[in-house]
Write a protein of this length. Structure first.
Length: 249
């Protein structure tokens, strides 16, 4: 996959993209990430990329021309033609479905907004606007890092184990089940016996039920959109009954 990031602060990406899973994916040629400094595409020698907003108001607005010139450069380099995404607070909330769709795009261009935002005319060149949550951060660089990490995990071969992302939280609409490792007993708390049984069917059943329980308690809003089997619905009905008996629902 080819990922191009347009940013005013390329130095911010050095650490996250040079370690862990993303570093290994780049070394293996599974993902090609390149950073482009928007200031390099300024039409003047002062490398200006922003100006005061028409109509007054505080702050500065990123100009359309440097971004448009940067996008043209990507086309010339063969890095265009994929999904062009603007990171901004007004976009659709980023989730696992969005990550899955972007991972299939082949080419991805991320535009990091900054200051008071971008000139509205930039949106003519954008396919999708994404927000990572209902809050405001200084710029689109950290949101871009989150998007790249989530997308790269879904590229075939990036994770060491085939299908390794299938059990992650949100992969099937549910939160992930509890995980345990050695030692077997810690501070008086034992690993659930079923995980030591060697009975794969029972382990999978326990994990599914725990994922349903955790989602119902912590993120009940996810249940409506989750992919559920008939047995899942029966288990959820039983859980709801138990919670009512305990006065918790």
């Amino acid at each position: 996959m080819i990922i191009s990031i347009l940013t005013l602060f390329p130095m911010m990406f050095a650490g996250p993209f040079e370690s862990s899973i993303i570093k290994r994916a780049r070394e293996r040629g599974l993902v090609d990430i390149e950073l482009f400094d928007i200031r390099d595409f300024s039409p003047n020698r002062h490398r200006t990329v922003d100006d005061t907003p028409y109509g007054g108001g505080g702050g500065m607005v990123m100009q359309a021309e440097p971004i448009r010139r940067a996008l043209g450069h990507l086309e010339e380099r063969g890095r265009g033609g994929g999904a062009v995404v603007l990171l901004c607070p007004q976009g659709r909330r980023f989730d696992q479905d969005a990550a899955r769709a972007l991972s299939a795009a082949g080419k991805l261009v991320l535009i990091c907004g900054h200051y008071e935002g971008v000139d509205e005319r930039v949106r003519e060149d954008v396919d999708l606007e994404i927000s990572v949550g209902d809050f405001v951060v200084t710029g689109g660089e950290i949101p871009a890092m989150l998007v790249v990490d989530a997308v790269c995990r879904l590229i075939p071969g990036v994770l060491g184990e085939p299908g390794g992302a299938a059990d992650d939280s949100f992969a099937g609409g549910l939160l992930e089940y509890p995980q345990y490792t050695r030692p077997r007993e810690y501070l008086g708390r034992e690993v659930p016996e079923v995980l030591l049984s060697g009975h794969h069917g029972e382990v999978e059943r326990w994990r599914r039920q725990e994922a349903l329980l955790r989602t119902l308690v912590r993120r009940p809003d996810l249940i409506a959109g989750a992919r559920l089997a008939a047995g899942d619905r029966e288990w959820l009905a039983e859980l709801a009954h138990r919670l009512r008996e305990l006065g918790l629902a």
